[in-house]
Design a protein around this ligand. Sequence first.
Ligand code: ZN
Ligand code: ZN
Length: 143
Amino acid sequence: MSTTSDLRQLLRGAALRVTRPRMAVLGAVYAHPHADTDSIIRAVRRDLPEVSHQAVYDSLHTLTAAGLVRRLQPSGSVARYESRVRDNHHHVVCRACGVVADVDCAVGEAPCLTASDDRGFSIDEAEVIYWGLCPDCSTARSS
Ligand SMILES: [Zn+2]
Ligand SMILES: [Zn+2]
């Protein structure tokens, strides 16, 4: 799902104009899940050396608003972006090194979206972040 024609189709499907920065940013987010903005800029510049920071920020904002990209920001971390959208998956974050991994929603069809009391809200997202130590960091601590 990241060939040039796939990316173009995703943009068109979201009624977005196809621009080189948007194509490059979306491709970078697909290639580097949970990357932060600086890593995305570095990846985009491999294809588009002349792209400005602002163009990358703008593209990330547009892609996020259109639902093609999901933004996550664990507390104490910079914003990160991923292409895995709309499945309400969660994240586990390492307290020591900050690495982020995907965790599927607890069991079955996004049960976290079924709140025990929705307070009359129409809920479309449940943000759950698990915190702990990644395998590398827990090995380092115990040795
Ligand atoms: Zn770690
Ligand atoms: Zn994720």
